[in-house]
Structure formats: structure tokens, C-alpha cells
Write a protein that binds this ligand. Structure first.
Ligand SMILES: NC(=O)c1ccc[n+]([C@@H]2O[C@H](COP(=O)([O-])OP(=O)(O)OC[C@H]3O[C@@H](n4cnc5c(N)ncnc54)[C@H](O)[C@@H]3O)[C@@H](O)[C@H]2O)c1
Ligand SMILES: O=c1ccn([C@@H]2O[C@H](COP(=O)(O)OP(=O)(O)O[C@H]3O[C@H](CO)[C@@H](O)[C@H](O)[C@H]3O)[C@@H](O)[C@H]2O)c(=O)[nH]1
Length: 465
């Protein structure tokens, strides 16, 4: 018979582990949820008495943490103890693109996953359900199972795949009311019992018809597929934005026109300077790598084009700035409004801003950055990570401001890199008055009022218009 879960451990207190477990704890007060991480600073931040200081900025998250923390939600670095104590263990560690060896630049680096599996095997003295929450290549569960079964203490393990579909910036909303929960497991009787145990956890707040169950491989592959489809929509609309710029069509009008077709749907059709975030590029590269490894060249090439198009979109935005500013930006101040990869998050991973800034720095521009949620060390760290130039040079050429007006003062051009709502409410006349003329504005998100700004005197470039 199925025993209800009362103790959950989650390995990895990042953008997924933290919010996901906070919501499980909030919705299931009868379950003790312990989130563990090796990173002491991160755990300390999750335990900060002032919940505004938790390490992940997400609207509504501080309130959820305040409600559950100390009641049935705990953050700790005592990984072994939490694993040993739990009946169900979520693995929510990072799975970045490999930066070395076979599959470098394409495949997912699974070393953190393997370390978790070995640790779970080593410390477990009672039967466990192990849940893959991280995004993983199809058939990873096979390797996890093999490690658990061959290095464990003869306890029984069931592996489930339960990928996360939350988007940053709307994580709490997405977790409270998910489109679906996906749970993959073994088709054996034990596998079905494990699936049911996890279904019962989610059923505390998610309607049953939204909880889908599949076999392990379908679940693992569905996560990569969902991200590939979403990113493909962005690359498709971005590809057409370039055509719009040459034909007099307006990409916003095209998006609206096609999005009203119920078969296409209106979401994810905003042309932009290019998609960023920790997931899309990594997961598509992974998909491409998997297809290649099975010899499926056409399948791999098809999906790779989504990334090629995205790289093109970022580069052409930078090129547009250089060309418009009379083919030289050497010594000119370009003000970046926004650095995060999308609004309402402090996450900058793979943000288009990083790559556009890097291109402009190669042209010897100086860059001023204002982002309401991203701090200077993060911005410089992102540029230093590219290793295009020395850290001292980046520090010399990039200034980070805590005020948008100061950031734009004396600039030759503004580049809107993130669609933060506050950008729409600025006193644009004041900004214009303090800029070098002609004052250029490159809207990488189509968020500012082009007509109003043009009337002020700005020379505005919008994507796809
Ligand atoms: N960020 C998102 O919006 C999102 C959404 C859905 C799925 N995912 C997937 O979820 C996974 C996690 O992503 P993330 O953004 O939360 O990553 P993250 O880097 O924010 O967090 C991962 C955490 O795991 C910790 N960690 C790594 N190895 C560990 C170990 N052996 N023991 C204890 N802690 C360990 C790290 O210290 C880090 O704090 C990835 O596979 C990602 O693709 C991410
Ligand atoms: O019409 C659009 C929609 C999105 N974007 C950009 O695409 C990127 C990704 O946006 P979004 O998908 O909203 O955020 P993520 O947090 O990266 O979420 C994606 O990646 C997660 C990690 O796998 C998944 O869980 C989510 O379902 C999936 O939406 C961002 O740079 C957006 O600005 C556009 O340019 N135009």
C-alpha cells in the first residue's frame, strides 16, 4: 500500500529548488521539506530573518518563504542528514552545458547529478523515492538508477522524472497554478506506487487532471522539447522581425495577426534582442547533441537553427547601434537600461545584454548600466566570464548606476535590454535633455512609446519596425 510522504529533501537551493520547495511546503503543511545546498552563503541568505534578502528575487516568493520557513520549510547545508531522514529526495542541482571534453559546448554536464546519486546511495539506510527535478537528457534516469543500485546499501530506490516548467519572474504564479505537472516513472508496480506518492503531494493544490503521468523517457524528453518549442517561437518571430525592417511590415502587427489564429496562439510572439536565460540555449544544445549522438543529422540541424537565429539577432542589434552611430562608437557612452535576461528577475544567465555589451566593448564604447535588480559585481562577472578582455579593462569601460537618469546622462545612445515595467514610466524628456544629440534609443524589447519619444526628439530604433 502507498504510504503518504511526510519528509522531503531537495538537493540544490537555486532558482528551482528554492521556490519549488517553498511552495510545496506552503501547500503541504503536513510535509517537512528540507532544502540543502553545498553553498553556505546561499543557505545563509535563504535563512536571512529578513525574507527580502533571500537569494532569488521572484514576485511573491518572500511571502511564501515567510509563511512556511521554520514551520515545515528548512534550509541547511547538512546534506547527508537531510538525505538520510527523507522519504523522497528531489535532485535540483545545476546541469550546465559541458565546458570540457566530449560534447564540450553542447552536452549537459551531469557531474553534479552523478555526485548527488552517489551521495544518496552512500547515506541512505531506508527506501527512497529519488525525483529528477533538474532538466536532464533523455535516459539519464538509467544512469542514476545504475549508480543507486550498484553503490547503495541494499535499500530500494525508485526514480521519478518530474521536470519543472516554471519561468523566472513568474515562478510563484507558475508553481501555484501550473499548466501541468509531469511525472514519469517505471511502468512496474513499484514504479506506479512511487508515481502515485508524488501525485499525492501535488494533489494538495493542483487539480488532478493537470497532473500527467508518463514513462521515464517521455517525461525527460518532454522537458527538452517544451523549451525547444518555446525558443523556436521566439527565433521564428525574431527572424521575421528582420524581414519586417526591410519591407515596411510591423512585427507587432504581424504577431497580433497570427496570434489570433487559435492554432498558433498569442503567447511567446514578442520580437526581442534575443532570448536569454539559463535554460533555452542549454537545453536546445543538449537536444541537438542527443540527436547527433543517434546519427540524426537533419533533426540536429533543424533545432540548431533556433540557436543560430538567436545569436544572429543579438549580433545584428549590436551592429545596428554601431552603424547608426556613424560607424564608430569608440569612446562613446552607451547606456543600457536592463541587464537581466527578462523582467522581474535578478537572473542574468545568458542575458542578451551580456553579448551585446561585449560586441560594443570590442568597438571601444564605454557602457553605463542600470538594472533595478542586478548589482555591479554580477554585471562585471558576466563580462569577465566571456574572457574577451582583461577584467581590469571591463571595469574601466563599464560603469554601473543605481539611478537610470544618471546612467543615461551624457550618453550618445540608450539600449533597452530588458522589458522592466518602470522604463515605461520614466520622464523621457528629462533623459533626452541630458543626452548628447542626436539622442538615439535602441529598443531591444519594444517597450517604450516610440511615437512619444520621437516627438521629444529621440531617434528611435525598434525591433521589427
Ligand atoms: N532556472 C530556471 O528557471 C529553471 C526552470 C526549470 C528547470 N530548471 C533546471 O533546474 C536545474 C537547476 O537549475 P537552477 O536554475 O535552480 O540552478 P542553480 O544553479 O540556481 O542552483 C543549483 C544549486 O545546486 C547546488 N548544488 C550543486 N551540486 C550540489 C551538490 N552535490 N549538493 C548540494 N548542492 C549542490 C548549487 O550550489 C546551486 O546552489 C537545472 O537542471 C535547470 O536546467 C531551471
Ligand atoms: O515572446 C517572447 C517570450 C520570451 N522571450 C525571451 O525568452 C527568454 C526566456 O523567457 P521565459 O521562457 O519567459 O523565461 P525562462 O525563465 O527562461 O523560462 C523558460 O525556461 C524554463 C527553464 O527550463 C522553463 O521552465 C520555462 O517553462 C521556460 O519558459 C527571455 O530572455 C525572454 O525575454 C522573448 O524574447 N519573446
Amino acid at each position: 500500500m502507498n504510504k503518504a510522504i511526510t519528509k522531503i529533501c531537495c538537493i540544490g537551493a537555486g532558482y528551482v529548488g528554492g521556490p519549488t520547495m517553498a511552495v510545496i511546503a506552503q501547500k503541504c503543511p503536513h510535509i517537512k521539506v528540507t532544502v540543502v545546498d553545498l553553498n553556505q552563503a546561499r543557505i545563509d541568505a535563504w535563512n536571512d530573518p529578513n525574507t527580502e534578502n533571500i537569494p532569488v528575487y521572484e514576485p511573491g516568493l518572500a511571502e511564501v518563504v515567510a509563511e512556511a520557513r521554520g514551520r515545515n520549510l528548512f534550509f541547511s547545508t547538512q546534506v547527508d542528514e537531510a538525505i538520510a531522514d527523507a522519504e523522497m529526495i528531489f535532485i535540483s542541482v545545476n546541469t550546465p552545458t559541458k565546458t570540457y571534453g566530449t560534447g564540450k559546448g553542447m552536452a549537459a554536464d551531469l557531474k553534479y547529478i552523478e555526485l548527488c546519486a552517489r551521495q544518496i546511495a552512500r547515506v541512505s539506510k531506508t527506501d527512497k523515492i529519488v525525483v529528477e527535478k533538474s532538466t536532464l537528457p533523455v535516459r539519464t534516469a538509467e544512469a542514476v538508477k545504475s549508480i543507486l543500485q550498484n553503490t547503495g546499501n541494499n535499500v530500494q530506490f525508485q526514480i521519478l522524472s518530474n521536470p519543472e516548467f516554471l519561468a523566472e519572474g513568474t515562478a510563484v504564479e507558475d508553481l501555484h497554478a501550473p499548466d501541468r505537472i509531469l511525472i514519469g516513472g517505471d511502468t512496474t508496480e513499484e514504479g506506479q506506487i512511487a508515481i502515485q506518492a508524488l501525485v499525492d503531494v501535488y494533489a494538495n493544490w493542483v487539480p488532478k487532471e493537470r497532473i500527467l503521468t508518463t514513462n521515464l523517457w517521455s517525461s525527460e524528453l518532454s522537458k527538452l522539447t517544451a523549451n525547444a518549442f518555446l525558443a523556436q517561437r521566439v527565433s521564428s518571430i525574431n527572424a521575421l522581425s528582420e524581414l519586417c525592417e526591410h519591407t515596411g511590415a510591423d512585427i507587432s502587427e504581424v504577431s497580433r495577426s497570427i496570434g489570433t489564429d487559435s492554432r498558433i496562439g498569442p503567447k511567446f510572439l514578442n520580437a526581442s534582442v534575443g532570448f536569454g536565460g539559463s535554460c533555452f540555449q542549454k537545453d536546445i544544445l543538449n537536444l541537438v547533441y542527443i540527436a547527433r549522438s543517434y546519427g540524426l543529422t537533419q533533426v540536429a540541424d533543424y533545432w540548431e537553427q533556433v540557436i543560430i537565429m538567436n545569436d544572429h539577432q543579438k549580433r545584428r542589434f549590436a551592429t545596428k547601434i554601431v552603424k547608426t552611430l556613424y560607424n564608430t562608437i569608440s569612446g562613446k557612452k552607451i547606456a543600457f537600461l536592463g541587464w537581466a535576461f527578462k523582467k522581474d528577475t535578478n537572473d542574468t544567465r545568458e542575458s542578451a545584454a551580456i553579448y551585446v555589451a561585449d560586441d560594443l566593448l570590442n568597438e571601444q564604447a564605454t557602457i553605463a548600466v542600470y538594472d533595478p535588480k542586478v548589482a555591479e559585481d554580477q554585471i562585471l562577472g558576466d563580462l569577465n566570464y566571456l574572457e574577451t578582455r582583461k577584467a581590469e579593462k571591463n571595469a574601466e569601460l563599464v560603469d554601473v548606476y543605481e539611478d537610470a537618469y544618471a546612467c543615461c546622462k551624457g550618453a550618445h545612445a540608450i539600449a533597452v535590454m530588458t522589458e522592466w515595467d518602470e522604463f515605461k514610466t520614466y520622464d523621457w524628456q528629462r533623459i533626452y535633455d541630458n543626452m548628447i544629440k542626436p539622442a538615439f534609443l535602441f529598443d531591444g524589447r519594444n517597450v517604450v512609446n516610440k511615437k512619444a519619444l520621437t516627438e521629444i526628439g529621440f531617434k528611435v530604433y525598434s525591433i521589427g519596425k
